[in-house]
Design a protein around this ligand. Structure first.
Ligand code: IMP
Length: 376
């Protein structure tokens, strides 16, 4: 079903069951591995009602001995959190001295899991791990680490697969998001990260086509401004000719003018910008001035060894000497990590950073990116 109606609200299909099942496979594999050589019997704590479907699916995949315990908590009324956690039913078994896996359907503000962790400690649990099927990183500002996350989603109200709107909607096998058709569609601002050889260019084109985005690459922009002989272009040209770096404000000026002048698109795909935290902050300010924000940072991940392999492979085909030298490639990789690490931390804090596994065929990686970006 593409749409469902629950009371006064319409919801549209958001995450298909196949994707949910794949996410559960991954989480189960991690927990199974962790319990391979354990001889105690950990507690699988199902937080009712929302988590019953996830707990059931997860437990069916567990290959170690475990005991199911439940607790019933409530913190939501309608489509928003009340900020107060009510215990409707206590632990159904003693958790003292036991390893506990908390199984949640969704972590939103984190009020529930923080309260639950406190309760578990008071009841003498030996260790506590948090496992959630869904996670809203933009809403979460607690210090408690979340050990296992199935799928990260943006700040939106969802139902299905155990999640409810005023107690209905839990029965659907897919997940649906509230349909705000009445609202004007918001412009999307995606930032694309990826080391050399990750296939960023190819995937950028695919994203541009599917989502109707305008691709902004700083290198191309600079060349365009210079060719057009604009004031910015002339300044940039002079700086490049004297061997200096183009300062942040020039790059930022170009980006801002691109945002203003390009019409008829659904959003922008930024590639090569922001390159520093200062630029990331400038971008946030630029967008905030019009009541907008970065939608998501999509980071294509491949292991360093594969970067070397792919670039030297490309060198063999294209005969590019600069790509053939492994020490040069390694230097480029180090520069990439040094440059992006602080930015990753910056975007993680605002819950906007999402990684996509870049290992596989172009089609496979593209599907993973689409699966993620479709949610925005
Ligand atoms: P938190 O305490 O803000 O982390 O919220 C956790 C609880 O709120 C979950 O266990 C759900 O019951 C409920 N919740 C949070 N977000 C949603 C949503 O999008 N749909 C339905 N319930 C939600």
């Amino acid at each position: 079903m593409e749409k469902i109606k629950l009371f006064d609200k319409t919801f549209r299909l958001f995450i298909r069951n196949a994707e949910i099942e794949a996410a559960i496979d991954k989480v189960a594999e991690q927990i199974n591995k962790e319990n391979e050589d354990c001889c105690d019997i950990p507690v699988i704590l199902c937080v009712l009602n929302g988590s019953m479907m996830f707990t059931s699916a997860l437990m069916k995949r567990f290959t170690f001995n475990c005991e199911l315990v439940t607790i019933k908590l409530a913190s939501y009324a309608g489509t928003s959190s009340t900020g107060e956690v009510k215990e409707l039913m206590g632990f159904t078994a003693d958790v003292r001295g036991r390893r506990v896996y908390v199984i949640e359907d969704i972590v939103d503000t984190g009020t529930t899991i923080v309260e639950l962790e406190k309760k578990l400690k008071e009841h003498g649990a030996a260790s506590i791990k948090i496992c959630t099927l869904l996670f809203k990183p933009e809403s979460y500002h607690k210090d408690l680490p979340i050990d296992y996350v199935g799928i990260s989603i943006p700040k939106a109200f969802i139902v299905g697969y155990g999640l409810d709107y005023n107690e209905v909607g839990r029965n659907f096998e897919d997940i649906y998001v509230i349909d705000e058709e009445g609202d004007a569609p918001r412009m999307k601002y995606y930032v694309l990260f990826g080391p050399p050889g990750a296939g960023k260019g190819t995937q950028a084109s695919a994203m541009v086509e599917r989502y109707g985005l305008h691709h902004i690459s700083t290198g191309n922009l600079l060349r365009k401004e210079i060719a057009a002989g604009s004031e910015l272009g002339l300044r940039a040209k002079a700086l490049i000719e004297e061997g200096s770096l183009v300062p942040d404000e020039v790059v930022e000026g170009m980006i801002a003018s691109e945002f203003r002048s390009v019409k008829g698109v659904n959003g922008f795909l930024l590639d090569g910008f922001p390159r520093t935290i200062a630029q990331a902050k400038a971008l946030d300010e630029m967008l905030a001035s019009t009541g907008e924000e970065v939608t998501a940072v999509v980071s294509i991940m491949i292991p360093d060894s594969m970067i070397v392999e792919r670039i030297s492979g490309r060198a063999a085909v294209e005969g590019r000497a600069d790509d053939a030298d492994v020490s040069v490639i390694r230097h480029r990789i180090d520069t990439y990590h040094a440059q992006t690490e602080p930015e990753i931390t910056y975007y993680k804090k605002s819950g906007k950073y999402f990684e996509v596994d870049g290992v596989g065929t172009i089609d496979q990686v593209r599907e993973r990116i689409f699966e993620l970006v479709d949610r925005f």
